[in-house]
Write a protein that binds this ligand. Structure first.
Ligand SMILES: Nc1ncnc2c1ncn2[C@@H]1O[C@H](COP(=O)(O)OP(=O)(O)OP(=O)(O)O)[C@@H](O)[C@H]1O
Ligand SMILES: [Mg+2]
Length: 321
């Protein structure tokens, strides 16, 4: 499997109830660790992003040592240096704004890949116009994690809800769009209280042109919506796990979904693999380590049922998230 990952590299200090985790953050490790558990030998991930000149060799060595399937030729220098995020999973202070990654940076890596993942891990770290250009110039599945795009940062670096004017013109070109509950509330400027609220946002994403929406809901699982002649909605519950730290669950979910999709799974089954990977990630402070595919598959609940949702019925309105 070949993947182009367009994302952010940053130093990361996460405070959680289980203690403080410090390391390479953004997508540097969170997106790579779950792929490491799932990918076949011979798979390649082309990472496209930037880091301060002072850290370029360290980041390349980090991948060489821990994740040798990552091809680092797409990592370039950000002149203002390396960003550092400090905070909890949802409330973060950043150090600098990185220069956005553009289509020109991504283009060399899109021609023989199965999937291109865009993850706006650092506010305006990617030119969103690149989504459409990749769709037009590659046969890869285009996957977008909205992540921090509907947020801004003030002069001190504290993040605030900003929304994303004209998001339809970008996300409409994605095959799959992922966002968590806080990101959904920021993007749509409304409270998400029930599955119905989440489904209406997913519907807006499909109306814009995307084919699939994965609205992640933390311990409440995933609201999946996709087009199959008509719009289909389903709720995938979370997989039971011993939660230590939920940082990186979204990236773990994405890896589970994408590997299953590549192997021919239906959207519901791929989302179940995503939920399983999210649960496994909860059991680590930081990102999953020392996990292989067999260990993950053994954790798949034998009675893992999803709930098909009809937006006309009361069920989605009565399930709080
Ligand atoms: N407490 C939990 N228990 C079980 N599964 C969880 C839990 N938290 C998250 N998950 C699983 O992981 C998925 C993604 O989690 P979440 O909605 O927190 O993503 P996220 O906020 O994008 O994460 P991040 O951006 O830190 O990677 C959920 O849809 C769910 O399936
Ligand atoms: Mg996320």
């Amino acid at each position: 499997m070949k993947i182009c990952l367009v994302g952010s590299i940053l130093r990361h200090t996460v405070e959680s109830d289980e203690g403080t985790y410090s390391g390479w953050g953004g997508m540097t490790e969170s997106a790579i660790a779950p792929f490491a558990a799932l990918l076949d030998p011979g798979s390649v991930v082309y990472f496209v992003g930037s880091v301060g000149a002072e850290d370029l060799e360290e980041v390349r060595d980090f991948y060489k040592q821990h994740y040798p399937f990552v091809d680092t030729r797409g990592i370039r220098v950000n002149l203002a240096g390396t960003d550092h995020h400090h905070g909890t999973k949802h409330f973060v202070k950043r150090k600098i704004q990185v220069e956005p990654t553009t289509f020109e940076h991504i283009e060399p890596f899109i021609h023989d890949v199965d999937i291109v993942v865009f993850n706006f891990g650092n506010i305006d770290d990617i030119d969103p116009a690149a989504i459409k250009k990749v769709k037009e110039n590659s046969s890869a599945l285009v996957y977008v994690d909205v992540h921090r795009k509907p947020f801004g940062a003030d002069e001190q670096g504290y993040m605030f809800v900003r929304g994303w004017q004209g998001w339809e013109n970008y996300l409409g070109y994605a095959d799959v769009v992922q966002m968590d509950k806080q990101e959904c509330e920021a993007l749509f400027n409304k409270k998400i209280q029930t599955l119905y609220d989440s489904a209406l946002c997913a519907k807006a994403v499909l109306d814009a042109g995307a084919k699939t929406a994965l609205m992640t809901l933390g311990a409440k699982g995933i609201l999946l919506a996709y087009k199959d002649h008509k719009y289909i909605y389903a709720h995938i519950p979370a997989v039971p796990c011993a939660v230590k730290d939920t940082t990186g669950c979204g990236d773990a979910m994405a890896a589970g979904y994408l590997v299953a999709w590549h192997e021919g799974a239906s959207p519901v089954d791929a989302a179940k693999k995503g939920a399983l990977m999210g649960a496994v990630n909860c059991e680590f402070v930081g990102y999953m380590k020392g996990v292989d595919r067999r260990m993950i598959e053994e954790r798949m609940p034998s009675d893992f049922a999803h709930t098909p949702l009809n937006l006309e019925s009361d069920i989605p309105r009565n399930i709080f998230v």
